[in-house]
Design a protein around this ligand. Structure first.
Ligand code: ADP
Ligand code: MG
Length: 311
């Protein structure tokens, strides 16, 4: 099997729940992630990385809101680009330090990435993705009068919701492929990419693309040999969090689709991962893997993790 892999990193590769999120903490988490990536490079894999940005873009939005009387607040697409830049910078610095420690040499490059969405995507009529800070009911009402969509989020306060449209193409695809061709470790499409709509001009959109679905788009367009989603569980489970839970190892598209229909994978967490993996396998006839960062090498060798294969 070929050794070019696209890896989508979950939120915990950058910031773990309950951590405060100082620059130092995020750098240390990213450094640990880069050590795993280095073992893949040593084993001869070519890697294209993408990552989530939920907590980071949430904090950037909070900063916009807190400082709005002194500095013009930036819209969501611009905040997304800020998060891609800062997370990418941390990966570039950490990866160079890890490479140096291992006496390896490689160019490491982050690309600010725009991802195309369809302006007629039904998601625009039904915003579902909660983002940013929590607001009181009074504040929420003011924001609603300014045209924001706000929902009450399970008793914790009001939050803005934005559409989560389907990714249909990566604007910087050619540049990404050229960088890979030139042996770069590339970090692209962070946070699912910055959603843009192409009409007469290209416009940034206030929306959030699911990072696993965007990663699938990238993996398919870049013709990866496999698409790997790394998260904080080592396998996909059926009957998850019940006494009957059972981990899935190597499994065919038809078998896992049956479990999808039975409702084993939660929307907003494992659901989009399984959906992204299925889209990849069906479009390319190549395997998709859902596993944890600690076992990524074993997973690539099909010895661990959930491996979805055509049949
Ligand atoms: P990431 O930041 O990696 O995208 P998510 O929290 O979105 O992480 O998704 C991973 C989580 O999905 C796991 O921590 C687990 O709690 C949850 N999950 C929901 N259903 C399942 C399932 N059937 N099997 C395994 N994990 C599941
Ligand atoms: Mg997620």
């Amino acid at each position: 099997m070929g050794k070019f892999v696209v890896i989508a990193l979950g939120g915990n590769a950058i910031l773990q729940p309950k951590q405060k999120g100082t620059a130092e903490t995020q750098y240390q988490n990213i450094y640990a992630t880069c050590e795993h990536i280095a073992t893949l490079l040593k084993s001869g894999y070519k890697v294209l990385l993408t990552h989530g940005n939920g907590p980071q873009v949430g904090n950037i939005l909070l900063q916009q809101d807190e400082a709005k009387e002194v500095v013009a607040p930036m819209p969501l697409d611009v905040c997304g680009s800020m998060s891609q830049g800062f997370i990418g910078y941390m990966f570039q610095r950490a990866m160079r330090n890890v490479l140096k420690k291992n006496n390896m040499e490689k160019e490491v490059t982050t690309l600010v990435t725009q991802v195309k969405v369809d302006k007629n995507d039904p998601a625009f009529k039904n915003p579902t993705k909660p983002i940013g800070p929590f607001y009181s009911e009074d504040e929420a009402k003011k924001l609603i009068s300014k045209g924001y969509d706000m929902v009450e989020d399970s008793g914790r306060g009001w939050r803005r919701v934005v559409p989560s449209p389907n990714p249909i193409g990566v604007m910087e695809e050619k540049s990404i492929l050229q960088l890979i061709e030139n042996d770069n470790l590339v970090i692209a499409s962070g946070g699912g990419g910055i959603p843009v709509v192409e009409g007469e001009t290209l416009e940034g959109i206030e929306a959030v693309i699911d990072k696993d679905l965007a990663g699938q788009r990238l993996a398919m367009d870049a013709k990866a040999d496999s698409f790997v989603i790394l998260t904080d569980v080592d396998h996909v489970y059926i009957n998850f969090n019940t006494p009957e839970q059972k981990k899935l190892g190597k499994i065919t598209v038809a078998e896992i689709e049956k479990y999808v229909d039975e409702g084993h994978f939660k929307a907003g967490s494992m659901g989009p991962k399984v959906e992204a993996a299925l889209r990849f396998v069906k479009a390319t006839d190549q395997p998709a893997i859902i596993a944890s960062l600690n076992s990524v090498l074993d997973a690539l060798e099909h010895k661990s993790g959930t491996i979805i294969v055509p049949e």
